[in-house]
Write a protein that binds this ligand. Structure first.
Ligand code: WTA
Length: 668
């Protein structure tokens, strides 16, 4: 990680979550009795008892949960091995399978003919799968994977639109013990290639394309661009779902149509008993240094954490219809569209499209149509709806809703209030859930029947999660003082390592802070403060990761993309507060001498970044400069660039700046 100027960063205003607004936030909402009275955790006391139980004997707490919540082919004999931190082993000796836990175990219950997955395509086509039907599809797909040569332990990459086959493919991989690596469909061919190479993927599952914002977005062409001409030698086969029916190239011997291969398979495929610590998936995420890291999650611990958190936070009931608007390409889609809901036997809704000018009320229409009871989305979406005004949501019947959730970035109190009032009719609790790709599942969140909520706060850590706010020596800071958000004890859903780079895992997450007691504590880059009630207020990233509309991007990745263009000699990228997206991307660029800079070049560079990483990384603004502000030792002073990018005064010490005239030039 590059060095962090913590206090400095905490002082830069994140949208709505400035220190002033947080300290002034006095509103609080008790859990409504309709939820609390029938909830299994219907009182703060019950939550506190669970916290105390987990604290007094963590192994007993997690062991009991694992036995009661998961099916085991063979029982585990050790709940946690933490003898070699930060490398944890959970539930050693046990054998289980998440695909079995999500499907087979429901078939012998009344859930067999309940909807497991309800999918709506953007053009309005609907597909439903009961648990029995989903089980059959997953079995056939698992058999298809075997038929094309995928074996236990082989990595399978998914580059998919939001169609049912994305979830089916994940469950099929898990069923036969082939770890999946889902690559968000909005990433470019270049970004896909990097991930295929790093993961040594043996097969790729994709589609001709998908529908989004009234357009057909191609995918298979990007797969071709990533792997053709031997660019990814490990990839032997490509399975293609037909969705848009746009013409694509199919390479004989390598590319196969999903519908042809899958329909030819048997309806039954026994779930492979997997060791608890066998890999379930790798998911790439941005950090502050180098290329995106492959976050590794393993079978039993991840399953337990996705299951338990879903059950606790969404207070799930048999008749619920639950919808999370994330994409399966992100961890939220993994844990809270696919694994958490299905492991609990819930009905999970999946939507291919997005709100768009031709249908700004797309989300509300879906809630009305499918009588959705639990809705989970990102603050950036809420801010966009807020801007559009309440007249759009007000035309829909959303009386089915009983619970609302948010995830992905800090939510400002005003957006939280709007969500509660306009979407939730002042009756639905709002659960603001803080977590990360690395944590596997939610870590800090209200429990809707138990925790009084405050707008803008993720409230309290879940039972068993020893979260804290500390200084760089790992010591708890005082009430309302900013610090690093850390977790002091291991938990089942924690990432196990960085794919192929255990040193990076140790250094970036466990050794960044230097606790005086020498203990390992987990830190993944957020700043926070805790108020007098122990409530957590997340301040956002304090490292060089920016959060654009809930998407995590490393400034260094964008910088590398820029300098890979022939006219760019140096680039520095910073975030600046953005009312809608949370953060916008500003790039400061120096050019090779003799290069003419004009609007055409700006457009070219923005397009270049989009093709290197994906459209989500396209800078909002590019500024040219003769030089960048650096210290005498050559370090770019990002603090200065951040202030300039957001139009603020450059505060603090600038005496370490090597050439002060740079500052004046940048200002002008
Ligand atoms: C941010 C997404 C404030 C945070 C699940 C974290 C949040 C990063 C919240 C992880 C929240 C996520 N309040 N910030 N409720 N939830 N974040 O890995 O900065 O895509 O470190 O996981 O999103 O992003 P990731």
């Amino acid at each position: 990680m590059r060095s962090i100027d913590l206090l400095d960063l905490l002082m830069t205003s994140k949208p709505g979550n400035s220190i002033e607004s947080i300290l002034q936030e006095e509103r609080s909402f008790s859990p409504p009795s309709e939820i609390a009275d029938s909830s299994s955790i219907g009182d703060l006391k019950i939550y506190q008892e669970m916290v105390a139980e987990a604290k007094s004997d963590p192994k007993a707490f997690w062991g009991k949960a694992a036995l009661s919540e998961l099916h085991w082919f063979e029982p585990f004999n050790n709940v946690l091995d933490w003898s070699n931190p930060p490398f944890a082993r959970w539930f050693d000796g046990g054998k289980t399978n998440i695909s079995f836990n999500c499907l087979d175990r429901h078939l012998s219950t009344s859930r067999a003919d309940k909807d497991a997955l309800v999918w709506e395509g953007e053009p309005g086509d609907v597909r439903r799968f009961t648990y029995r039907e989903l089980h059959r599809e997953v079995c056939r797909t698992a058999n298809a994977l075997k038929a094309i040569g995928v074996r236990k332990g082989d990595m399978v990459a998914l580059y998919m639109p939001m169609v049912p086959e994305a979830a089916i493919a994940m469950l099929a991989c898990a069923r036969i013990g082939a770890p999946h690596s889902v690559v968000f469909g909005g990433f470019s061919a270049e970004a896909l290639r990097d991930r295929l190479i790093d993961g040594e993927a043996k097969a790729v599952i994709t589609a001709d394309g998908g529908f989004r914002k009234d357009k057909a977005v191609p995918l298979k062409t990007a797969v071709d661009a990533a792997i053709n001409n031997g660019a990814c030698p490990s990839v032997e086969s490509v399975l293609v779902v037909q969705r848009t029916k746009d013409p694509i190239d199919m390479q004989p011997g390598r590319d196969m149509w999903w519908h042809e291969v899958v329909s030819a398979q048997e309806d039954e495929c026994l779930a492979e008993p997997m060791e608890s610590e066998d890999r379930l998936f790798v998911l790439y995420t941005s950090g502050s240094t180098g290329k995106p890291k492959g976050v590794v999650h393993t079978t039993a611990g991840y399953n337990l954490w996705a299951h338990l958190t879903f059950k606790w936070i969404f207070d799930i009931r048999e008749e619920d219809v639950y919808w999370c608007t994330a994409d399966v390409g992100w961890i939220t889609g993994h844990s809270y569209i696919v694994y958490g809901p299905l492991s609990n036997g819930a009905t999970t809704v999946m939507y291919e499209g997005a709100p768009r000018p031709s249908n700004p009320g797309a989300f509300w229409e879906l809630i009305q149509k499918h009588r959705i009871t639990i809705f989970y989305t990102a603050p950036t979406a809420i801010r966009a709806f807020m801007k559009g005004g309440r007249s759009v949501p007000d035309t829909y019947d959303m009386s089915s809703l009983r619970l609302l959730g948010t995830v992905g970035e800090p939510i400002n109190p005003e957006a939280w209030m709007w969500y509660r009032e306009v979407i939730g009719g002042n009756r639905c609790p709002v659960v603001d859930t803080w977590w990360q790709t690395e944590t596997g599942g939610v870590m800090i969140s209200p429990l809707p029947g138990a925790t009084p909520t405050k707008p803008g706060s993720a409230t309290l850590p879940l039972p068993g999660i020893e979260a804290d706010v500390v200084d760089s020596l790992g010591q708890s800071v005082k009430v309302n003082e900013g610090g690093y958000l850390v977790v002091r004890e291991p938990w089942p859903g924690m990432m196990r390592t960085v794919h192929g780079d255990s040193k990076r895992f140790r250094e970036s997450y466990w050794e960044y802070l230097k606790p005086i007691d020498g203990k390992n504590i987990y830190f993944a880059g957020d700043g926070a403060r805790k108020d007098k009630d122990g409530y957590f207020w997340i301040m956002g990233r304090v490292d060089d990761v920016i959060n654009v509309s809930g998407h995590r991007l490393g400034t260094m990745e964008i910088e590398s993309a820029l300098v890979s263009h022939q006219v760019v000699s140096e680039a520095a990228v910073v975030g600046r507060p953005d009312d809608l997206k949370g953060e916008g991307i500003v790039a400061f660029v120096t050019l090779e001498s003799g290069t003419q800079f004009d609007d055409q070049l700006i457009n070219e560079l923005r397009a270049h970044v989009a093709s290197e990483i994906g459209p989500i990384a396209r800078p909002d603004e590019i500024r040219f400069s003769d030089a960048l502000p650096k210290t005498r030792s050559g370090k770019i002073m990002r603090r200065i660039l951040r202030a300039l990018a957001s139009g603020e005064e450059v505060a603090g010490d600038t005496s370490t700046l090597e050439d002060r005239s740079v500052l004046d030039k940048l200002r002008s």
